[in-house]
Design a protein around this ligand. Structure first.
Ligand SMILES: [Zn+2]
Length: 281
């Protein structure tokens, strides 16, 4: 599932295609994705896209009629430019026709994506956005804030970091990578981490996200950039999807430890090194 770096990379790819363009009309070709697609989308005509921003894993397409489209890519959602109507594909569920004759399709084979329309002034109260924690790459995300958020949680640190109300935009990949970088065992109860360990974790969350953004995100099985270009961060994964492999820059010995371990927490895979990553440091 796309996480912050992939969603931000999608936003950056979408911006030159949509920003400043007027929507001639939108064809809604499916009744629902994760939720019912509002019929108001099909009535959007002659409105201009003013800017495209991101909050957590949501892309926000702001319009000059004081409304905004809220988009979540789900598991397999993405935007693609189509050359003409004949090029529209089966899973292009929402298609934007623009004043420069461009056709931009929201393509989502598994239909876990979301598209909603809401007044721009009320976005912070929208059910998708109201309970989100701080953006991890903004100044509002500090070690002190992270410490306060984690202090109230008895769940594992892995589960706490996946909780979008603690910090917004992280998912399975970047939580595994940040915990490895910080040397924190994923099963550590969130409220047992010391202040120095949390400061270290804060640093590694930002470091891994910045590195992934620089690489254009990770190209995942079901996820592609609008341009069709690939992201390259998957080549830099230290632990994610690398069970039994040696972990980079670690003192653990493969023949003794069996390499990177995979465990399942709350139904999701976690990858870690049991030597480097300590319980409740
Ligand atoms: Zn190791």
């Amino acid at each position: 599932m796309p996480e912050l770096p992939e969603v931000e990379t999608t936003r950056r790819g979408l911006e030159p295609l949509l920003a400043g363009r007027t929507i001639v009309h939108i064809a809604v070709r499916a009744p629902k994705l994760r939720q019912v697609i509002p019929t108001s989308l099909a009535h959007l005509k002659g409105v201009r896209v003013t800017q495209i921003t991101r909050r957590a894993k949501y892309i926000l397409i702001h319009l000059d009629n004081a409304k905004s489209l809220i988009v979540h890519l789900g598991m397999t959602g993405g935007f693609f430019k189509r050359t003409d109507n004949d090029a529209i594909q089966r899973h292009d569920h929402i298609v934007f026709y623009l004043d420069n004759t461009d056709i931009i399709a929201f393509h989502d084979p598994r239909r876990f994506g979301l598209m909603d329309l809401a007044p721009t002034g009320d976005l912070t109260h929208h059910s998708a956005l109201a309970d989100l924690g701080p953006e991890p790459l903004e100044d509002s995300f500090t070690p002190a804030i992270l410490r306060r958020m984690l202090g109230a949680r008895k769940t594992s640190i892995k589960a706490a970091l996946l909780d979008q109300s603690v910090v917004a935009g992280l998912g399975n990949i970047y939580v595994s990578e940040a915990l490895f970088g910080a040397g924190i065992h994923p099963e550590s109860p969130a409220n047992t981490l010391t202040a120095p360990a949390i400061k270290h974790l804060h640093h590694h969350i930002q470091k891994v996200l910045r590195a992934a953004l620089k690489a254009g995100g990770s190209t995942l099985r079901d996820y592609q950039h609008p341009s069709g270009e690939l992201g390259f961060f998957q080549d830099q994964f230290a632990v994610y999807d690398r069970a039994s492999a040696p972990c980079p820059g670690c003192t653990c010995r493969l023949n003794k430890t069996g390499g990177i371990q995979r465990i399942v927490q709350n139904g999701r895979s976690t990858y870690f090194c049991a030597t480097k990553q300590k319980l409740s440091p």
